[in-house]
Structure formats: C-alpha cells, structure tokens
Design a protein around this ligand. Structure first.
Ligand code: ADP
Ligand code: ASP
Ligand code: MG
Length: 422
C-alpha cells in the first residue's frame, strides 16, 4: 500500500461524464489498497471564462491591479470541480472529502495571480486517509498569511499536486492530462512528435521554462527539490485498465542520467509566444548603460529574458531585450518616461509579434555543432533569427511569430526527432 497523488487537468475534468470517469479510476486505485490524494483543475475553459468576466468589468486591468479579487474569482473553478469529484466518488461508494486550499491549509506568499507555496499542513489529509477516505485538494490555490485566497499562476494545479506529494512524501505523483505523456514537441503542432518514455529532470525543467505547458515549471522545480517521482500520463485510457499497466504508461521524469533509456543529443523542442522584444536605439556606448536600462526595468518588477547589445557605431549602440508580453506596455512607458531622457537615447521600439523556439537536450553538453545545425535548418526555410541565447543544454532563438510552426517542424525533422535514438 502506498500514498499516491493523482492530478487531473481541465480537459480530464471537462464534463460530468469525464468527472465520473476520473472518480472510477481513482476508486480503482483506492480499492487496490492505495491511499489516494487527488488534485483536480477547474473544468476546461472555466478559468478563462471567469477571468474574461473580470476583463469585461475592468478592461484595462493589469494582473496586479485587481489581484486579490481575481484570485478569489479564479479559485472558484477548482473549488467547484473538487466538490463535484468528491460527489462522484461518493456516488461510486467511495468515501471522500474535498478541501479548498485555505482549508488544508496550503500557505503561500501574497503575490496574487502568481503566489508561491510556502508550506502545506498535511494533518487533516492524513486523518482522512487513515479513516479510509479519498482526499481531494483543490489545485491552483492557497491562502496567504492574512487569510486571503491566492492562486499559483496559470497551469498551477501541477504545482499544487507536486507540492502536496512532496509534503506528504508520496510514493509517486501522477499527472493525468489530455496527451499520453511528454513528447519531443507539442503533438498538436507536429503530428509526428514522439512520446518519450523517460525525460531527465533537467530537460523537463528547460522544456517547461521554455514554453512546453504540459507541466508548469514550478511543479518541475518542486519535483527536483524534493525528489518527487513524477509521471505524465493520459486520463483518456479506459478507467478500468490494469493498474500495473497504467502505472508504467506515459513519461517518467528521471533524476539519474544513466536511467535515460534514450540518449538523444536533442530531446525536444519548446516554443512560446509569451514574449515581446523591446529595443532602445541610439544609446551612447559607455560603461553602465546595461545597468541603467535593465536596472530600471528590474525595479519595476519586470523580468527580462534574452538580451542583445549591438556593436557600436559612431559611439552609439542599440540595446534589445525580451520581456513577458503582459509587461510590454508597462516597460515601454517606463523606458520612455525614465530611461530615454537620462541616457540620451534616441528611440524605443517594440515588437510583440515574436516567438521563441528552443532545442533542448543534455546530450548537447558533449556535442559540438548542434546550434549551427539549428541555424542552418532555419536559414534553409528562409527564417531570419533576431536573437540567440544558449546554455549547456539548450539553444533558443527569437524569430517572427508567423514562422513559429514552420520552424518547429523543420527543426523536429532536422534533428530526426520522430525516430527513437539508437
Ligand atoms: P492540463 O489541463 O491537463 O493541465 P495542459 O493543456 O496544461 O493540460 O497541458 C497539456 C498540453 O500540453 C497538451 O494538450 C499539449 O498540447 C501541450 N504540450 C506542449 N508541449 C508538449 C510536449 N512536449 N509534450 C506533450 N504535450 C505538450
Ligand atoms: N485552472 C487553472 C488554469 O487554467 C490551473 C490549472 O489548470 O492548472 O490555469
Ligand atoms: Mg496544465
């Protein structure tokens, strides 16, 4: 008998029929003798629907403006789906109880819409498990020190599940979703994408941080920090499939490099459209300009990702960087008001129609020429690279958004990702 955490995403919880299926699957695991904690997301589309209602009432809202109320609003989605799942389990004859984040409690800081989990009190959950109940804990939400409801950022139910698994030292955390594992890239963009049986923790961390939304990045960070055994698998297999078969399906996130069955140089391709590029033109080329520009941006709590400074001409240079699209307007305003006048730069330009495409693989550490193969393949498609950044295990490029799918497909082919490595 083991303590197991299951997480079900929005599509998996998307209708009463699907919730009934989840209940049957969870009841099967409980009847096999496991102690079950289940973390559901809101029903698919519900979080978007709620946040769109808020937008109707306050069209110009920035995340932080109405943060407290946005969180109180969005958290209701998970509260509803959790209660529904508890009802479905009870209707299956399986004792169960659901808890909202504040009832557990899952304590977070007060950063509304992107709060971080600080602690989880598992006493109540343990008492219920000992009494033979399935315990359902709402995903995506927590409570701050003053009793305000908080949420963990979009896709945050993954993080709730892994954090609960870490706090309870669960045997395994199974992330049930609408695809049957982690693929070489998003299978909705590249139909030839191949499911990985295992993926290393480091690669998964890069893929998540570079845009693969199959797991929220913080959930991968938690799994790494607390060594939570994490598997991504499908909720669309028949609920009554053999448990041993089910437990071995999907993709396992591994911590040991030797455990990697498939040792590819490039394991996956990630992409995102969440960033925007900002260029400050005609900046006098002298010590301290990076600090003057990026220091002001950091002071406004805006995170910068890629940075590029051109060579100078006639003592002037151009300085470009990327920020999250949500921070784009704020950053442009800030630069115009505070930085241009002080620096004596001539102009600020912006581009929101960009995307970032990245190749990821721990094999890149020991192989040369991988980045140049990426650049060649993009040039063969006539795709212009605007910015580049590299680390030991990834190379990212910024390109025009309209070429995103073309670039991902071309790279998938160039690195033979549809074939299992030999
Ligand atoms: P859930 O609601 O279950 O949390 P998400 O929509 O957040 O599901 O994440 C699953 C989706 O992630 C898939 O439907 C798929 O389109 C997308 N995805 C992006 N990159 C990958 C990848 N490398 N492997 C698998 N799925 C991916
Ligand atoms: N319901 C939340 C969202 O849509 C959290 C999640 O699904 O993980 O972002
Ligand atoms: Mg998700």
């Amino acid at each position: 008998m083991a303590l197991i955490v299951h997480k079900y995403g929005g599509t998996s919880m998307g209708s009463s029929e699907r919730i009934r299926n989840v209940a049957k699957r969870v009841a099967k695991w409980a009847r096999a003798g496991h102690q079950m904690v289940v973390v559901p997301s809101a029903m698919s589309g519900e979080t978007n629907r709620l946040l769109a209602l808020a937008k109707e009432l306050a069209p110009a809202q920035q995340g932080e403006d109405y943060g407290r109320e946005l969180d109180a609003l969005a958290a209701t989605g998970e509260q509803a789906s959790s209660a529904l799942l508890a009802i479905a389990l009870q209707a299956e004859g399986m004792p169960s109880v659901s808890y909202a984040g504040w009832q557990v409690p899952i304590k977070t800081n007060s950063a509304y819409t992107k709060a971080r989990i600080e602690s989880i009190d598992d006493a109540r959950i343990r008492t219920d498990l000992a009494a033979g109940k399935v315990v359902i804990v709402t995903g995506f939400q927590g409570v701050d020190a003053s009793g305000n409801i908080t949420t963990l950022g979009r896709g945050g139910s993954d993080t709730s599940a892994v954090a609960v698994a870490a706090a309870m030292k669960a045997e395994e955390c199974l992330i049930y979703t609408d695809v049957d594992g982690v693929y070489t890239t998003d299978p909705r963009v590249v139909p030839e994408a191949r499911r990985l049986h295992t993926v290393s923790f480091e690669e998964m961390l890069e893929m998540a941080s570079l845009g693969s939304k199959v797991l929220q990045i913080r959930s991968v960070e938690f799994a790494g920090k607390y060594k939570v055994k994490l598997r991504v698998l499908s909720s669309f297999t028949p609920w009554d499939i053999n448990i041993t078969e089910e437990a071995a399906s999907g993709t396992l996130i591994t911590f040991e490099e030797d455990e990697q069955m498939e040792q590819a140089i490039v394991s996956g391709i990630a992409f995102n459209r969440d960033e925007a590029k900002i260029s400050v033109l005609g900046v006098p080329d002298k010590p301290g300009i990076a600090y003057q520009i990026l220091g002001a941006v950091a002071d406004a709590n805006v995170e910068v990702d890629m940075i590029i400074q051109n060579i100078s001409k006639d003592g002037k240079t151009d300085f470009s960087f990327t920020v999250n699209r949500n921070d784009y307007a704020k950053t442009i305003d800030l630069l115009k008001a505070k930085v241009l006048p002080v620096l004596g730069a001539s102009e600020v330009q912006g581009d929101t129609k960009i995307c970032k495409v990245s190749i990821v693989g721990i094999g890149m550490r020991s192989h040369v020429g991988i980045a140049s193969k990426m650049f060649r393949s993009l040039s063969e498609e006539g795709i212009n690279i605007q910015m580049i950044s590299t680390s030991e295990i990834k190379t990212s490029v910024v390109i025009d958004e309209k070429y995103m799918e073309l670039a991902v497909r071309a790279l998938h082919k160039a690195f033979d990702l549809e074939q299992a490595p030999v």
